[in-house]
Design a protein around this ligand. Structure first.
Ligand SMILES: C[S@@+](CC[C@H](N)C(=O)[O-])C[C@H]1O[C@@H](n2cnc3c(N)ncnc32)[C@H](O)[C@@H]1O
Length: 240
């Protein structure tokens, strides 16, 4: 984590928001606060522990969890140096209504007064909750090829909340390319890196399966990915 996050300043704008999803790990019959040292390290570099959110993954899975309740959430750590106002992307239930006795915001006792903006229009959309209710699902077709695929909707949701269209999103842990797919859905430009070559290939294969019409080129010289892959195959075949 430190090896990657030490380069954040080079990759991000001063108002960049850093959102990191981490799940629980148990060892020796205890859950491990394995993030503690890294949090302190981030803080020492000026990355504030700005927010802490929960990803509610929906109903737990059947199984035996060694005496614990079935796991159904993960944590989302939010760091920044400067706050950025989240976009209001959640439709309001009473959108379009005037806040009156009939609906909209109410005080605890059910009345609608000055604090509840009586007589004013209820806003169309609002800021998302800090519990992200996004059902985990099987990453169809690739669940056996990468162990930690998250649903495309998770990075999609965070991109909609904290970036605007055409802005750049940096994904240092590319994995199977989920964040890249979310960028395509939301019209954000994703710059992703991934350590394991096999996962890079997986991410490209996944992208091409979903977007067969879009070309994949190598950025260094603009060569077509297919041509390079074919050339690699020829070298391998003649060496054999
Ligand atoms: C938890 S997975 C992320 C999976 C991703 N969320 C997805 O949906 O496919 C973390 C990924 O980071 C990669 N990784 C680990 N250390 C890395 C590093 N130093 N630089 C780049 N990638 C790294 C691993 O190979 C792994 O694929």
């Amino acid at each position: 984590m430190q090896g990657v996050f030490q380069h954040l300043d080079a990759a991000l704008r001063p108002d960049g928001q850093v959102l990191v999803n981490l799940g629980l790990i148990h060892r020796d019959n205890e859950w491990q606060p394995y993030w503690a040292g890294w949090l302190d390290w981030m803080r020492a570099r000026g990355w504030r522990r700005f927010g802490l959110y929960t990803w509610d993954q929906g109903p737990g899975l059947p199984g035996d969890w060694n005496g614990r309740l079935s796991p159904a959430f993960e944590l989302l750590f939010h760091f920044n140096r400067e706050a950025r106002r989240p976009n209001k992307i959640i439709p309001c239930r009473w959108a379009g209504h005037v806040n009156s006795e009939k609906g909209g915001l109410r005080a605890k006792d059910g009345t609608v007064g000055e604090w509840q903006h009586a007589g004013q229009g209820v806003q169309e959309t609002r800021i998302p909750d800090n519990v992200l209710r996004i059902t985990r699902h099987k990453a169809r077709g690739i669940e056996t090829e990468h162990p930690a695929v998250f649903p495309v909707v998770l990075p999609e949701f965070l991109m909609r909340a904290y970036t605007d269209e055409t802005e750049v999103v940096f994904e240092p842990f590319g994995g199977s390319g989920t964040t890249i797919l979310a960028g395509q859905r939301t019209d954000r430009r994703v710059r992703a890196i991934e350590l394991a070559p096999a996962y890079v290939d997986l991410a490209i294969a996944r992208w091409r399966m979903l977007h067969p019409d879009l070309p994949v080129t190598l950025a260094d010289d603009g060569r077509d990915y297919d041509a390079v892959a074919a050339a690699r195959m020829e070298v391998t075949a003649s060496a054999a």
